[in-house]
Design a protein around this ligand. Sequence first.
Ligand SMILES: Nc1nc2c(c(=O)[nH]1)N[C@H]1C(S)=C(S)[C@@H](COP(=O)(O)OP(=O)(O)OC[C@H]3O[C@@H](n4cnc5c(=O)[nH]c(N)nc54)[C@H](O)[C@@H]3O)O[C@H]1N2
Ligand SMILES: Nc1nc2c(c(=O)[nH]1)N[C@H]1C(S)=C(S)[C@@H](COP(=O)(O)OP(=O)(O)OC[C@H]3O[C@@H](n4cnc5c(=O)[nH]c(N)nc54)[C@H](O)[C@@H]3O)O[C@H]1N2
Ligand code: SF4
Ligand SMILES: [Mo]
Length: 738
Amino acid sequence: MAKLPVSAEKIIEEFGPHLNYSPKDGYEGRDEPDKVVETHCCFCGMQCGIKLLVKTNKVVGFEPWMEFPFNEGRLCPKGVQRYLQNNHPDRLLSPIKRVEGKGFEPISWNEAMDKTVSEIKRIQEKYGNDAFSMLSGVSLTNEKSYLVGKFARIALKTKNLDYNGRLCMVSAGAGNKKAFGLDRASNTYADLEYAEVIIVAGANISETFPTLTHWIWKARDRGAKLIVVDPRVIPLARTADVHLNVKPGTDSALYGAMLKYLVDNDMLDHDFIDNYTSGFDMTIDAVKEYTLEWAEEVTGIKKEKIKEAAELWGKAKTSFLLHARGIEHHSKGVDNVLGCINLVLATGRIGRPYCGYGTITGQGNGQGGREHGHKCDQLPGNRDIENPEHRKYISEVWGIDEKDLPGKGLSAYEIIEAIHRGEIKGLISLCFNPLVSLPNSNYVREALEKLEYYVCIDFFLNETARHADIVLAGSLQEEEEGTTTSAEGRVIRIRQAVTPPGDARTDTSILLELAERLGVKDKFTYDDNEAIFNELRVASKGGTADYNGITYKRIEDNMGMFWPCPTEDHPGTPRLWEDKKFKTPDGKAHFNPAPYKLPGEVTDENYPVTLTTGRVVSQYLSGTQTRRIGKLVDQYPEPLLEIHPELAAKYGIQQNELIKVSTRRGEAIFPANIVETIRKDTVFIPYHWSGLKSANLLTPGTLDPISKIPEFKVSACKLEPLRQQAKPSSETKAYASI
Ligand SMILES: Nc1nc2c(c(=O)[nH]1)N[C@H]1C(S)=C(S)[C@@H](COP(=O)(O)OP(=O)(O)OC[C@H]3O[C@@H](n4cnc5c(=O)[nH]c(N)nc54)[C@H](O)[C@@H]3O)O[C@H]1N2
Ligand SMILES: Nc1nc2c(c(=O)[nH]1)N[C@H]1C(S)=C(S)[C@@H](COP(=O)(O)OP(=O)(O)OC[C@H]3O[C@@H](n4cnc5c(=O)[nH]c(N)nc54)[C@H](O)[C@@H]3O)O[C@H]1N2
Ligand code: SF4
Ligand SMILES: [Mo]
């Protein structure tokens, strides 16, 4: 077989042997693959290029794709294991139905479809169309995301459709729309390389976007200063020039104080502020009391450090500010985002080479998936479902009467609340595992039990699906043609490497058949997935997320195209705002006041410790996919409670001792991991596990009033050491107690 690039051999040496080839023979001993497919990793928003090796319609391995410009062959631990899903023994190979007392048993597609369609009709006739809801996700391609939005509105005729990005990018999206009138990172990551100062706020890049660190190191090699804002000394913070160990829930006080410092010391770009922005005066008015001393008091960060960060930022000529869920998963998530944007605008460092800003999109297609209309308030092209002109345009594209297009529906967590109230009786979900990923999981479980009919489309039986009446065996990313949009705004091609195994079907064909059986075949007939993309292009035309000029061919020829791209002769837009024409109504970038407000829950005598939650490098989201891959499980088998030695000493907690953690929602038990890298008043739990090991037993359902994102990053908790050591991970099935 062809000689592999050196790095491929190294990766294989490090991570092999794998499930799909014999450890004895090693990689070289394996047969020549039938084909090598250039596609992308299915996991995070980096969407690293990867080559999948295919043998007899099975994905059997991978090679790095050195030419793909963003990651140049690099992959993280999840990327090198992602190929093990297609052929995994847990794959759902046919539809299954739940039989009380017996678990699930296989059924035919005909029975599954008949039952689903008759239940949709029954529920809608009895309770109204909106009583049937849909939850979707942005691991789906652009084509599927678009199809879901159209399916919910035209086939299900419901307004109650929302998506898992509601738990992810919506605070950033809302902030970006307010400030710029458009929701996309402003630059490609190549602009990081020559930035003089980089702020990374609430983003554990080394673990959550590992291949992005390469671009930060490139900048560091050129002398860039790095400022990290995180309650933990995350790997990136260990080498940072300034680490701001913010108390969870207080970011806006920090950014407000930094803004005041820039104003007081005249470190401002007056020309940019005067000519290209609005709202500056009222924004600085909101922070006029925010002294460094006050900020130290609120955030717990030493005032000298805040000053140092403000000075570095203020004096730089080029800079890049990146943030992720650490500042966004808050009931004031939008305010935190606006606080960051204010710092960027005050210094005018956007829309120029090496000057940039962006949220780091989480899920694989978190960017594209938030543009094509499967949010409760959105139509394709990032249009507004309440805007009469937008409704008219999309109704024309879809060939329906505008009055038949449902209006704004409930957001993801509000759908759960409406199920509790008895207003929603039916649910179809795909690409979402709310029982693990939504806050307050006991409340979510009760809601699932109240549903009269629940059908789920997935390739694995996730925890939420265990409550389903029927589960339809769907497809992995590599089992369909399509596109995704990476965190940079780069639209890229996802290639079909194999067809779904057994009797599983593509997600697209499942949705199309359901639409047909619901009587709207005429609106859901496509020759192939490219035809869906071509309809999406037209639907997005004239919207802020304009894909009209992007074709499959152009993507392939250019290794991706950046939206907005309105016409087929438009080159695409890698760097936004070079023309300084913002997409707000007045064409200016908007400063927005972002005063500090308390988080939804603060510590008190009963719950004296702050709990925050997040991720580890080897696990992905609700863990449905990565908890099935042995090497990734070995790397981090169980959720651990990160706690500072001083806080541990206060309770007499020993390393690996079981700790009962309680909040006002529930309790769970985790082994203690005593680390000096966390604030003394805060504990951290990764959330990728289900059932009794779920961090979301503890988190609150408090939502940001604008974005409706849950406050995953702040709870008040109480710790009780159980004076018992945790068993080795393989025997720890009963870590949690309820
Ligand atoms: N390995 C891995 N990678 C992933 C994912 C995964 O599940 N696993 N998921 C993908 C997805 S969908 C997403 S959204 C991204 C998420 O990527 P990140 O946002 O980087 O991940 P988190 O671990 O949720 O949170 C980041 C950091 O926020 C810090 N933090 C907590 N509270 C606060 C606060 O109040 N202020 C500040 N400034 N920081 C705070 C935490 O200590 C944590 O280090 O990762 C993507 N990549
Ligand atoms: N406490 C706490 N909770 C959190 C977070 C946190 O930081 N702390 N982070 C939040 C964030 S940022 C996110 S993004 C959410 C994610 O939460 P979820 O979206 O619920 O997590 P996933 O694991 O992606 O669940 C998706 C399901 O979709 C399936 N799936 C994946 N790809 C496809 C596909 O192409 N087709 C089909 N049919 N199915 C597919 C997977 O098998 C899995 O069962 O969790 C949120 N929850
Ligand atoms: S960084 Fe993200 S896209 Fe790249 S290999 Fe890792 S999980 Fe996949
Ligand atoms: Mo996310």
